[in-house]
Design a protein around this ligand. Structure first.
Ligand code: FAD
Length: 434
């Protein structure tokens, strides 16, 4: 009997644990090809010649390497393309002729366009996109996920979603269908096993340890951080310290792994509930859930609002101030503004690929309110640097701060002097990163 062949296109789900797309793929076919091809953003950007910093490439590379090694234990391997996703995946489908293509649902409009183009190109193949990046599946949402029906504010969303029951995370599969026997002898142009690095040159150049030195990509490092955080007492104090500008345990630091999919949001909730059973629930443990709901909101916000996520007028179609003064932009990016607290944050972002939530709010407020710049240039700079860059969370938060998004109160202006006095009273943060 002819074997059924499937192609699993890995994207924002670099993990084996709680990966519904991988489980779906492995349950339906006899032979599986597992591929990764960088999305559009890795190849072109309206704002930068290089869309991602060497540290971001490195983090991605570590995530892919880890996934390849986890797959290897189950007799599988990851094939990686060095070309943009659309032509690469199309070439792969044409070459291997799978009966099915399975992937994880993406929130970004451009990524969803790629998927739709492939579906239109190969009408005889079954295409399945599975929710792996969110707490809830689209059909479990208590509202229609469209621009007209998604709650306009986070509070309205939270009230609806909090009582919706959440599925338990699924364990990693114990076995996987093997790759086709001829996969080695019939390679597709542009694809190679990850052991022969096939990522774009910027990633290969970033082979050394990145400057942040503290966040390693991949599922193993993600699971270590999950275990380490919930075996400490930090979750019981989260709400009181989450706004600190520095300090590893002041917030969970789950975001980089969540963004690349090396950690599932549902797995975090399961670990949180387990912690609450052991150590007791309090306002702080609730607040971790609360923040993950913010993430969830922005995911569905991106789904609902499509290209408006990147429009200068946002979802409100409201034109903000949009100076494109390149000197101001350069000074903000390089920590040379008139605001020492902003400079310290921007230096931290550039050197580490990470910035606390409070730091992000301060520099975004400065960019929009003090410098009067086009918020999209700020969002793009974050996209370039953040190890946790997530299309929905980044552009959604920037819109919120610029007053063109989900904030019913309009633009947020932070008093930078007051913020520095509150969050860096002894100037230590400014001295460290200034
Ligand atoms: P914690 O405080 O421990 O929170 C736990 C988790 O909740 C986070 O890992 C994250 O997944 C989620 N979360 C917390 N706050 C938010 C929020 N405001 N919006 C969405 N999710 C949230 N987060 C990203 O993951 N990727 C981005 O690209 C991103 N860009 C941002 C841009 C701006 C201008 C601002 C103000 C915030 C942005 N955030 C982004 C949200 C937030 O700053 C980070 O998620 C958080 O600082 C990550 O650190 P943590 O994991 O220790 O967070």
């Amino acid at each position: 009997m002819k074997k059924t062949r499937g192609l699993y296109w890995v994207s924002n789900d670099l993990r084996l644990d709680d990966n519904p797309a991988l489980i779906t793929a492995s349950s339906r076919v006899d032979e599986l090809i597992v591929v990764y091809a960088p999305g559009r953003a890795w190849h072109e950007s309206v704002w930068h010649k290089q869309p991602a910093s060497p540290a971001r490439w490195q983090f991605l590379y570590e995530g892919l390497r880890c996934m390849d090694s986890q797959l290897g234990r189950l007799g599988q391997r990851l094939l990686v393309s060095d070309s943009p996703a659309q032509p690469s995946i199309a070439a792969c489908i044409a070459h291997y002729q799978p009966a099915e293509v399975i992937t994880s649902v993406q929130a970004g409009w451009y990524e969803r366009q790629l998927w739709n183009q492939l579906r239109a190109q190969f009408t005889e193949i079954r295409f399945t996109a599975v929710h792996s990046h969110t707490l809830f599946d689209r059909d479990a949402l208590p509202f229609d996920c469209s621009a007209a029906h998604l709650p306009r504010t986070f509070s309205a969303f939270r009230r609806l979603i909090e009582s919706t029951s959440l599925a338990a995370p699924k364990p990693a599969p114990g076995k996987l269908p093997p790759p086709p026997g001829d996969i080695e002898s019939t390679p597709v142009a542009g694809f190679a096993p990850l052991t022969k690095p096939a990522l774009p040159p910027a990633c290969q150049n970033a082979a050394g340890p990145h400057d942040s030195g503290f966040i390693t990509g991949g599922e193993r490092a993600a699971q270590e951080q999950l275990a380490s955080y919930f075996s400490s007492a930090a979750p019981s104090h989260y709400k009181a310290v989450r706004n600190a500008l520095d300090g590893w345990h002041h917030s969970t630091k789950f975001s980089p792994w969540l963004a690349s999919g090396s950690l599932s949001a549902r797995r975090i909730i399961a670990a949180l509930r387990d912690y609450e059973r052991r150590a007791g629930a309090n306002e702080s443990t609730y607040w971790i859930f609360f923040e993950l709901l913010w993430r969830e909101y922005f995911q569905w916000y991106a789904h609902a609002h499509g290209t408006s996520l990147f429009a200068i007028g946002g979802i409100r179609n409201k034109r903000p101030v949009d100076d494109d003064n390149s000197d101001q932009l350069w000074r903000w990016q390089n920590g040379k503004t008139d605001f020492p607290i902003v400079n310290a944050c921007m230096n931290q972002l550039r050197r580490t690929g990470y910035l606390s939530n409070r730091g992000r709010q301060l520099v975004a407020s400065c960019f929009v309110n003090e410098l009067g710049m086009d918020w999209r240039a700020g969002a793009a700079w974050f996209e370039y640097h953040l190890l946790d860059y997530d299309v929905a969370s980044n552009w959604g938060n920037w819109q919120y701060l610029a007053g063109v998004g989900a904030d019913p109160r309009g633009k947020r202006r932070f008093d930078l002097k007051k913020q520095a006095d509150t969050y860096d009273p002894d100037g230590q943060f400014r001295a460290r990163w200034g």
